[in-house]
Ligand binder design. Structure first.
Ligand SMILES: [Ca+2]
Length: 462
């Protein structure tokens, strides 16, 4: 009898979805640029950020749908938890909900975010864990180091050298990736961050948080400190991405480098592994570019440090990545001249790598309206019929921003970015799930001879 009650409780709990579901693992969106973080990582050190939740109706059409988000106590929602979605067709596209929240007092781990749905004639619920880590960066005499604290230990990513030509601004040539365990382990294989094979990407992906670092004019020059505004912000975001994506591109594999190193080195019985490091050296074929396929010759050297010995293994191999790419995108703005205090509408389309148009919540889009290095305002590009998007799921992504009264007049520049979303199903085996990374920039960007990003559209600010 007790078992039956337990089963009933489990089936009716928020962890199991009915028709209305959270469609992908909730991900972090930058509070200022509105771009999505790599694979959804929430960085406690960033403080305030948006929780992006994609929801979908997998059943019959529903009317007057509302979604109420619940988060653990150590995360503070900065806006009402309930959002109105309206009507959803049967087997719908994914709708994007953004909740501003403070992570300043959040704990490192995998907190569960749950959503309660209401609609005419029923209720529903679903929940999904998110990744919360604490990033910190330091500039050690020009060597940029990024550390990410996870429940199992600390992953450290250190950039040793960059490529030097302007279009590849931000692409890395040599770096190291290191894991130091809070509790040294015995045996061949160590614990996995977040209990997922995330060591391979945790540190790599963490570098995307470097996107708060500006790219100076000239390759790989990163400056820290001053608040970044205007076009420099667009550049900074892309440079951070280049660093992380170039690293993740060659660092990712069916089996991650740390795991491969563990497979190839066997500590003596009783020895405890304290740390593991992989040193990467990359020879790029041609000039790597965000959103475009890339090939590189990668030399990686794995070093395992135990309490009694040091083991290492090295190999060189060719790596090709064509996953995080697209075939092109369009951006248009209206009106062509916008008066401050009024709304600017940005419409964009994206052609996926398979040649078909992206629709609905398949991708995540955002844009920046900037004026030189003076100011910027950001918006989300959505194709879910909400917040100014005229037709849901038609492949036209719409973003609306009110141009601030204080915005400088003249020619404004619009930079749009599309990113992929990790739609690996909840409950997928960790070793399989970890082969997919989301949140990568899949649109390419041209750079001018001064090393500045070329905008997708311009608008006259009056
Ligand atoms: Ca649309």
């Amino acid at each position: 009898m007790r078992w039956i009650m337990l089963v009933v409780l489990v089936l009716s709990g928020p962890g199991l979805a009915g028709d209305l579901k959270i469609a992908a693992r909730p991900f972090a969106v930058h509070r200022d640029r509105l771009d999505a973080s790599p694979d959804g990582f929430f960085d406690i050190s960033v403080g305030t950020q948006y929780i992006a939740v994609l929801v979908r109706n997998d059943g019959p059409a529903k009317t007057n749908v509302t979604a109420t988000l619940s988060v653990p106590e150590d995360i503070t929602l900065l806006e009402p938890p309930t959002k109105a979605i309206g009507n959803l067709p049967a087997n719908s596209y994914a709708v994007l909900l953004l909740y501003k929240a403070s992570f300043a007092t959040a704990a490192v781990g995998k907190p569960e975010f749950s959503v309660s749905f209401g609609y005419d004639g029923g209720t529903d619920g679903d929940a999904w864990s998110a990744f919360v880590a604490r990033g910190s960066r330091m500039d050690d005499g020009g060597r940029l180091i990024y550390a990410l604290k996870t429940p199992e230990g600390t992953a450290t990513f250190e950039i040793l050298s960059y490529l030097t030509s302007d279009p590849s601004c931000g692409f890395v040539k040599e770096w190291s990736y290191s894991v130091r365990y809070d509790t040294p382990y015995t045996g061949q294989h160590g614990p996995l961050a977040f209990n997922d094979p995330w060591w391979k990407v945790a540190g790599l992906v963490a570098t995307c948080f470097l996107s708060g670092v500006a790219c100076g004019v000239g390759a790989g020059k990163m400056l820290q400190g001053e608040p970044i505004k205007g076009a420099a912000l667009a550049a900074a975001g892309l440079v951070g991405r280049s660093v992380a994506q170039s690293a993740a591109m060659v660092g990712r594999d069916v089996i991650d480098p740390i795991r491969r190193g563990q497979d190839l080195t066997v500590p003596a019985p009783g020895e405890k592994t304290v740390s593991e490091t992989v040193f990467f050296t990359v020879e790029w074929a041609g000039t790597p570019q965000l959103g475009a396929p890339g090939t590189a010759n990668v030399t990686w050297r794995y070093v395992r440090v135990t309490d009694g010995n040091i083991y290492s293994h090295q190999l060189t191999e060719e790596v090709t990545d064509a996953l995080h790419t697209s075939q092109g995108y369009t951006v248009s703005v209206s009106p062509g001249t916008v008066t401050r205090g009024q709304e600017l509408i940005v419409a964009a389309t994206l052609t996926k790598s398979d040649g078909t148009p992206a629709r609905g919540g398949e991708v995540y889009g955002s844009f920046l309206l900037t004026k030189d290095k003076l100011d910027h305002v950001a918006g989300v590009l959505r194709d879910d019929g909400l917040a100014g998007d005229v037709t849901a799921n038609d492949g036209t992504y719409t973003g609306c921003v009110t141009v601030p009264l204080t915005f400088p007049t003249g020619t404004g520049q619009v930079f749009a970015v599309f990113q992929d979303v990790n739609y690996v199903a909840k409950g997928t085996a960790p070793l399989v799930a970890a082969q997919t990374i989301g949140g990568f920039v899949i649109t390419t960007r041209a750079w001018d001879t001064a090393g500045q990003p070329v905008p997708d559209a311009t608008v006259t600010i009056d």
